[in-house]
Write a protein that binds this ligand. Structure first.
Ligand code: HEM
Ligand code: HEM
Ligand SMILES: *[C@@H]1O[C@H](CO)[C@@H](O)[C@H](O)[C@H]1NC(C)=O
Ligand SMILES: *[C@@H]1O[C@H](CO)[C@@H](O)[C@H](O)[C@H]1NC(C)=O
Length: 402
């Protein structure tokens, strides 16, 4: 059988473009960072095999990336940058938590092949890519090739060309990111071959790389998680753990009014639960509920705090009855101190997790440090005062020995 190759291409284009769908394309919210995805019907029906994707962006970007999933962690990432020789580098990377991902060199890392039509063309970086094993990768996550709502993420950074063929080139954090869901059934193409050359008939110049693809059907840009919720969570939790609880604890040695201490701490305790609710919301928005140290330790601290008001009340009852500290008193005192310290540390982890400015992390540490210094000074002073005998006179104290 001898067939004219041109007619094969034409037939393929015809069937790919008209009868059996085309790559689905979409752009990130910045507008000029765009993607195309195509799943050959043979791969779709067998659940594995080649898929094709395209990444394009102006050369004003240092790097742009497409990734699978709904967050950085565990994502199969494809990062594009200039190779310094008129073409582009496409680098498969394993997503990590909010740290720059490095090349996935494991045996299950994405096997990516740069195809015709790739290059730096008219001020645009274009990568037409074939991936032969993108249905599963090193993190254990998978991509269903027939998913009607597959999750994808993208990220980009403006800047000068990295000009390297090194697939493990160091990346500096993105300017911004987006999240999409893509109906891969709308991205099916009939033939298992580069579906993106059709737009660049023959010599590559007749296609207009400046026209941004319109968003294909079945692609949704997901709303960004609310930052207000996150900031409210951070502010309330930091306030409770680093300021309100320690100050409330200081009220005991300072003023000796158990009811003032109790009321203050119970207010802080209620605020803490509000902050917890906001934290859970922030975590669900980001698909990272109980995924990392911050949310886990935070949940433990908040839950262990539940018995603290009861311990305080029991101590008070016991003190009124016996006029001395018992086991329950020390339990209340040290349980409270330990959880406050863990809470403060966890606030630091939260700031780190959300990639906060260093200045904010330093400010947080300074405030926490000053409050703790004040705690030690007041404790030292009240211990001295205790040795010299009561200065407040009888009746000043209720429920606490000087
Ligand atoms: C989540 C809420 C609470 C926290 C985090 C907390 C924390 C603390 C801490 C750290 C101390 C030791 C202060 C020191 O270093 O001298 C303390 C002492 C004390 N707390 Fe609480 N507390 C809470 C709730 C309560 C409640 C509800 C009561 C009473 C109804 C109470 C009664 C007392 C009393 C009487 C002392 C003095 C113990 C002594 O010095 O012998 N606390 N609390
Ligand atoms: C002792 C308890 C906790 C403290 C002191 C605390 C404090 C903080 C702080 C200061 C931030 C940074 C906020 C910002 O950058 O504006 C943060 C972020 C965050 N916290 Fe907490 N938190 C606590 C518990 C929790 C819990 C229990 C959860 C969820 C179950 C949670 C979920 C989060 C999430 C999802 C972030 C944002 C992470 C990101 O940007 O990816 N936190 N937290
Ligand atoms: C870039 O490299 C790919 C893969 O080797 C090739 O097909 C393409 O023609 C190259 N582009 C340019 C502009 O050289
Ligand atoms: C490439 O396409 C352009 C625009 O259609 C045309 O002017 C040019 O002659 C073509 N070059 C070759 C080598 O075919």
């Amino acid at each position: 059988m001898k067939v004219n190759s041109r007619s094969v291409v034409a037939a393929a284009l015809l069937s790919a473009g008209i009868t059996h769908g085309a790559p689905t394309s979409f752009c990130a919210s910045v507008g000029d960072v765009c993607f195309g995805i195509a799943v050959p019907s043979s791969s779709a029906s067998s659940g594995s095999g080649n898929i094709y994707f395209q990444i394009s962006a102006p050369t004003s970007y240092q790097w742009v990336a497409l990734g699978t999933g709904s967050g950085m962690f565990g994502s199969n990432m494809f990062v594009l940058y200039q190779d310094g020789a008129g073409n582009v580098t496409i680098s498969p990377r394993a997503g990590t938590f909010h740290t720059p991902p490095s090349e996935d060199t494991s045996s299950t890392g994405a096997k990516l092949t740069l195809l015709a039509g790739s290059g730096v063309i008219n001020g645009k970086m274009i990568a037409n890519v074939q991936c032969s094993n993108c249905e599963a990768w090193s993190s254990g996550q998978t991509l269903s090739l027939t998913s009607s709502g597959s999750g994808w993420i993208s990220a980009w950074r403006q800047g000068s060309s990295l000009a390297t063929k090194d697939k493990n080139a160091a990346l500096v954090q993105h300017d911004d990111t987006d999240q999409f869901t893509v109906n891969l059934n709308e991205a099916t193409v009939s033939s298992d071959s580069n579906p993106f050359v059709s737009a660049q008939t023959g010599n590559g110049t007749s296609a207009d790389p400046d026209t941004t693809p319109s968003t294909g059907s079945g692609v949704v840009i997901l709303a960004k998680p609310s930052n207000t919720v996150l900031v409210a969570h951070g502010v309330i939790m930091a306030l409770v753990m680093a300021i309100l609880y320690p100050l409330g604890s200081l009220l005991m040695p300072l003023l000796g009014k158990w009811w003032l201490h109790g009321a203050w701490q119970v207010v802080a305790f209620c605020l803490m639960w509000a902050g917890f609710g906001l934290g859970v919301q922030a975590a669900m928005d980001r698909n990272e509920l109980f995924d990392q140290a911050h949310t886990r330790l935070g949940t433990v601290v908040v839950c262990l705090m539940v018995i603290q008001p009861a311990l305080g009340f029991l101590h008070h009852r016991n003190y009124v009855a016996t006029q001395s500290r018992g086991i329950i008193s020390y339990a209340h005192i040290w349980w409270g101190r330990a959880l406050m310290v863990l809470g403060i540390v966890n606030g630091g982890l939260g700031l780190q997790l959300s990639n906060e400015r260093n200045s904010l992390i330093i400010a947080y540490s300074v405030v926490a440090g000053v409050i703790f210094l004040a705690y030690f000074v007041v404790k030292g002073w009240s211990t001295l005062r205790k040795r010299k005998g009561p200065v407040g006179g009888p009746g000043k104290e209720t429920g606490r020995p000087l």
